[in-house]
Design a protein around this ligand. Sequence first.
Ligand SMILES: Cc1cc2nc3c(=O)[nH]c(=O)nc-3n(C[C@H](O)[C@H](O)[C@H](O)COP(=O)(O)OP(=O)(O)OC[C@H]3O[C@@H](n4cnc5c(N)ncnc54)[C@H](O)[C@@H]3O)c2cc1C
Length: 388
Amino acid sequence: MSAALIESPEHQALRRAVADLGRKFGPAYFQAKARAGEATEELWAEAGKLGYLGVNLPVEYGGGGAGMAELAIVLEELGTAGCPLLMMIVSPAICGTVIARFGTEEQKRRWLPGLADGTRRMAFGITEPDAGSNSHKITTVARREGEEWVLAGRKVFISGVDRADATLFVARTQDAATGKLKPALFVVPRETPGFEYRPIPMELLTAERQFQVFLDDVRLPAEALVGDENAGLLQLFAGLNPERIMTAAFSLGMARQALATAVEYAKTRTVWGDSPIGAHQGLAHPLAQCAIEVELARLMTQKAAALYDAGDDIGAGEAANMAKYAAGEAACRSVDQAVQTLGGNGLTQEYGLAALLTATRVGRVAPVSREMVLNYVAQHTLGLPKSY
Ligand SMILES: Cc1cc2nc3c(=O)[nH]c(=O)nc-3n(C[C@H](O)[C@H](O)[C@H](O)COP(=O)(O)OP(=O)(O)OC[C@H]3O[C@@H](n4cnc5c(N)ncnc54)[C@H](O)[C@@H]3O)c2cc1C
């Protein structure tokens, strides 16, 4: 798949360099670590040292000074090499972006260099058991007590909390004038008293686990609040476009890995005479369809990243939702077809495809479900009435 017409030479060089790093580790390394319940620390550390994890963060805080287009390239290429680093969606993309755009000077100095070189990690927590897709319904509350903030609530499905130095939580503060609750963002270091987490057993082969989180009157200093208490929604949205663009890249990497494995297999496996199974259109056409869908989703992801990096948050919102949807669908279909192409081998650990069946489903559910993207497009793109 050539990217020459739309990608700059710098982007193509970045792809090649990251792909080289990914191949050095590869799917065997990644899946062995995930099966053992271990983190892919060596890969994370090397990617950080090479500047890939912080490529989007400002230069003055140790980042690469580039944008979401470049960070998405890193995640896509690592995934294509069999190493989909889910935590990249959270740590540099959501948390790094929100702190870089809205944090105080002290917060930027404290967090960004470590997020950029991978020596520190930050998780992100918005989802709640009783709110789910309806994040307007979250009930985690932050109340002021003197100079301190006190956080109380519960979160669910929060990725990587155990290995993150801190989690950026979305809570609600009470508007003094109206009494209404409005969102605000808080950094909670992992060892803060009252902050507890419990792993959720998931059928996912990933390097990080998901957690239930309990915030039991967690006391935080005033400087834990990121950005303006009165502009929480705006600040939150600043992190959500990167989240969707990166989830698209996460899906695309796995889709490309699955397709490459399937194509290689289809070229060499013969069961009828001399012709490989890939010569049969019953296998070749579905793989070709998947290749088309993946390429279209890649284009939409590049469009979303370009709009976001150009500062068009509204335009990026629509494109990022569409890219996340398209990449999630293309990935699920590609992995399903890849498994089918390998027959019984599609379900062995050796070929590493079966694990992608659940991993690619993540792109349909999180961070915003397929149905909620369709709701968004129906209302905002098509102007249809809201149904819920
Ligand atoms: C692997 C993984 C990692 C995650 N990591 C994080 C993380 O790090 N931080 C974090 O905050 N969250 C995280 N999440 C949570 C994720 O963002 C949520 O699962 C997602 O937002 C959906 O919420 P829910 O699971 O509560 O589903 P629900 O909201 O209960 O939805 C269930 C189903 O109903 C459908 N539905 C709901 N409302 C409508 C409607 N109006 N119209 C049509 N259909 C509707 C949904 O599309 C979905 O199919 C993670 C989830 C997974 C699976």
